[in-house]
Design a protein around this ligand. Sequence first.
Ligand code: G3I
Length: 388
Amino acid sequence: MLLRRVFSAATACAILCAGFTACSSQKYPEGSVEYAYDPEAPSLYEEFADYFDVGSAINPWDLTEGTNEYEIITNQFNIYTYENDSKPDHMHPSEDVYNFENTDKLVEFAEQNGKKVRGHTLIWHSQCPDWFFYDENGNDASADLLVERIKEHVTTIVSHYKGKIDTWDVVNEVLDDGYGLRFSDWLRLVGDYDGDGDDYDFIEIAFRAAREADPDARLIINDYSLESNTNKAITMYNMVKAMLEEGVPVDGIGLQMHVGYDTDVQLVRDNMEILAGLKEINPDFVLEVTELDMNCYTWGNEDIEVDLTDEFVEQFDNTYKELFNIFLDYAEEGILKTVVFWGYNDGASWLNGSPAGRVNHPLLIDRDLKFKSAYWAVINTPSEREAQ
Ligand code: G3I
């Protein structure tokens, strides 16, 4: 079994030529970063099946049958998030217009192939059309009007996909990076709607409407930097704890996990531990990794081209591997259910091009659709663990 994982058709020759033994299965030839695309390569989601679902953000054009892209996403993943097409600006561009067409196609693809879908996202401050926040006279919407719109928006979309979309990011990025809630238009206009002293009523209203529209969908509060910003993780813990105690139907927290190749993995573990504490309030509470990728640049390093030295690649691969070992630990504790990459090949990642000209390599498959050594480092983690 261990051998099958490593010695896929394209890699066996290279590894044998380099004189490796089966025991050093996760090592690769000196200076080699990547391996040719291999349709016989093992499947990420199958290798992790005993632990969690493995998914990817994709776009509508990835669903073209007969392409390598289609083959990769079908073989490698069992859960999908649209990178952009299920966001408010796509799904509900004006008050009377809903666009279900693209997300319907993803749902249909998932149904035909026995896969799952994450809906991203219902309420967000970004990629959200302005009409939500104004009344017919162009003034700020009243709290009553915005609350009605939230209910209508959430109910219409979640009902449309009742029984078809497994998980919803009901709200996205509602926390501030410093302290407390992000000062979005949702917060500014709805505020403490029920007068009970807390300000997260727009969140509460969205979750309650989503639960009513599809009682079986998993409802997630999704945010970034939860794995690295401990203040933010604690703020999230406290807010969700209060909501759970009030009966707000939050089923789990999504950690986006846009990390760097040099991320502090112990901090990732520690912050996940904080959030995992919510299981004490609700034994069925889950954590999901919703947008995993690994930036090859660090903040403040504006080099246009990262140097993929052996040393760099080794660090990159090891960080991925250590993260997946953390994920496996939390899966074994019964709290981590899903790991989704934010894209599946380097060329299509949002991390390219900002600043202009930047080429990034944040995923497990390169821009020529070759499986990188990081892919093998990740896919071997369950078997290495089981062999110990
Ligand atoms: O579709 C238009 C196109 O018509 C236009 O010509 C072009 C000009 O710039 O823009 C295109 O839209 C872009 C869209 O991606 C589709 O490519 C937007 O400008 C661009 O802002 C948008 O970026 C997306 C970003 O969210 C928006 O905030 C990224 O693709 C997407 O990966 C990113 O995803 C977010 C998650 O939703 C939430 N967490 C963070 C994550 C990364 O930023």
